[in-house]
Every structure is written in C-alpha cells, then in structure tokens.
Design a protein around this ligand. Structure first.
Ligand code: SF4
Length: 151
C-alpha cells in the first residue's frame, strides 16, 4: 500500500491514484470498483497480520484532488474473500476470463501484452476493427558500455 497513517487512534491504509475518481449518478466522487477492492484487501491484510480492526481505507485521486473514504465492514470483508476465491478458481481454469467491454481501458493496461485483448475481440467478431496497442516495429536496442562505467 502507498501509506499507512494513524488518525484519531485509527490505523488507515491509503492508496494514491494518478487518475480521476469515479462519479456516481449525482456526480459525487466514488472509488472505482477495482480500487475499492484493492484498499479493502489492504485493510483485510492489516487486520489479519496485526490483529487490529481497520474501520476505513482512503484513496486519493490526484487528477481531481479528491479523497474517497472507503468504509470497512463485514460485508466488504466478505467481498474480499469472494474475490480471493474467484482468483483461485481462475488460476485453476484453463480458460481465460473474457476481455473487458470498455476497450478504451486496454490501451493503458499493463496486462495488454499478455492479454492480447484486440486479438481476442477479433477472434470473437470477424468484423472487429482492431486498434494497435503496440508499436509496429520493435526498435529497442541494447546499449552497451564496454568498461561498465554506467552500471
Ligand atoms: S488488456 Fe485485458 S486485462 Fe487489461 S483491461 Fe483490457 S481486457 Fe482487461
């Protein structure tokens, strides 16, 4: 986690995100679902490791300078356990999970080189117009330094 702070006697895990927060139908700032699960998992981990109770986690979205409070309760702890169980099930599976519907998220996803979402979409839909997620030519080169001065 990015930070662990004590406020009014409570231990609070913090997560910092460069992007913007999610907005609900009333335009109120909310955590994205994946971010919410992440901070809840941190809280659950802290509780398990240190035998303490975490009442909330906080996520700061720097692009719009918003701090979102994420309460921790039994229902949310159960959602972490369910996610862990789902991850274990997926790990046993020989089938990949489906690619996300919102293809715009894939352009900035670090998993794209192994997920190959555009290839998956094209395999599913022959009319799909794939976008290029990787450079056409791999121009990477190894820079060597004979006397190792740059190491
Ligand atoms: S590249 Fe794969 S893992 Fe990443 S957002 Fe797209 S579908 Fe999800």
């Amino acid at each position: 986690m990015d930070a662990l702070r004590t406020r009014d006697g409570q231990t609070i895990p913090y997560e910092h995100k460069r992007g913007r927060c999610h907005r609900d139908e009333n335009k109120q700032p909310q955590a994205w679902e994946s971010d919410r699960l992440q901070i809840l998992a941190y809280a659950y981990l802290l509780e398990s490791a240190f035998g303490i109770t975490i009442k909330e986690g906080r996520i700061r979205y720097h692009a719009d300078n918003v701090l979102v409070h994420v309460p921790v309760d039994d229902a949310r702890r159960a959602s972490v356990r369910e996610a862990i169980q789902q991850a274990r099930t997926l790990r046993q599976s020989t089938h990949r999970p489906p690619v996300i519907d919102n293809e715009r998220l894939c352009a900035r996803c670090s998993l794209a080189p192994v997920c190959l979402p555009e290839e998956a979409r094209l395999a599913h839909d022959k009319e799909w117009q794939p976008i290029r997620l990787f450079p056409e030519d791999d121009e990477r080169q190894v820079i060597s330094c004979p006397d190792n001065r740059l190491r």
